[in-house]
Design a protein around this ligand. Sequence first.
Ligand code: F0G
Length: 355
Amino acid sequence: MANWQGLIKEYAEYLPVGEETPRLTLHEGDTPLIRLDTLSEKYGSEIYAKYEGANPTGSFKDRGMVMAVAKAKEEGAHTVICASTGNTSASAAAYASRAGLNTVVVIPEGKIALGKLAQAMMYGAKIVSIEGNFDEALKIVRKIAEEKKEIALVNSVNPYRLEGQKSAAFEIVDALGKAPDYLTIPVGNAGNISAYWKGFREYNEKKGSKLPKIYGFEAEGAAAIVNDEVIEQPETVATAIRIGNPASWDLATAARDESGGMIEAVSDDEILDAYEYLAATEGVFAEPGSNASVAGMLRSLENGKIEKGSTVVTVLTGNGLKDPQTAIDRITQKPKVLPNDEDQIIDYIGSITED
Ligand code: F0G
């Protein structure tokens, strides 16, 4: 099979790229669409996960970031800046270092999963931690980028981000032969749900590939769109989507309404149950924020908002390894400590495998 060349080359005809756009890539995209066999059997449906944790920095952000950073470079910026709950900063820092640009990230203090912070640091970002939440950090970086021309804002309010991210919808359609009946997706700053809807629409116009109903899921403690009000102090275990004033609010409600879909809230307990279930049952480990879409999908399969016989894709936005602490806190069973002795280990295995 030909080596995948990354989004800018593979999807050039769908993207705002010209001769002058650097062919930046870490070979992002082309992520697996994994059939969830146990769930498909259980619900009599065809259920798939779009595993975005397989992107080069471990989240879907790479799709948008390759475009945003390539365009920043093309337009003469020397620095990229973003606010982040973690994944955006890791991705921005990776692509900027590859493109020879500086990265400044502004993060909410103490609320970034360990893996994401480690990444941003290794990629060489300058990290500013503020006593405030994501929404406040975004306000600050938007102002800075407005005032300083050579500093490019690479949050999803940058339209190139959504252009890159829409490519995931193309890949789903290419893998299934047409759009699924339902797409379930976590909603934080609401860029990704908007990007998917754009991607499905563009492909449908070109190829008649049909449109899915879009089901978005916010965390209960950060459910601004669901409650139709800004949440001043958002809280959730799913720190990736701990956002109280989504920047792409209107685009997200348009995706919901135009697709005949819905946006609902899921509780932290539902998120964590889905997180553990998916890893233990299907062998698919995605970070808590990603599992908002699994939790919402499970509820919809149970209450009939997704009918039997449907084709469903759930978007797993980030790799489970991003947030090892939540995994360790969640699992009560710790490693069994035994002497360095084969017989005792065999006895132990016997004790856990007997009926
Ligand atoms: N899932 C993960 C793992 C995320 O990191 C994010 C957003 C989302 C879902 C929500 O996507 O914002 O497009 O609705 N993370 C951003 C960040 C905010 O800074 O990394 P969205």
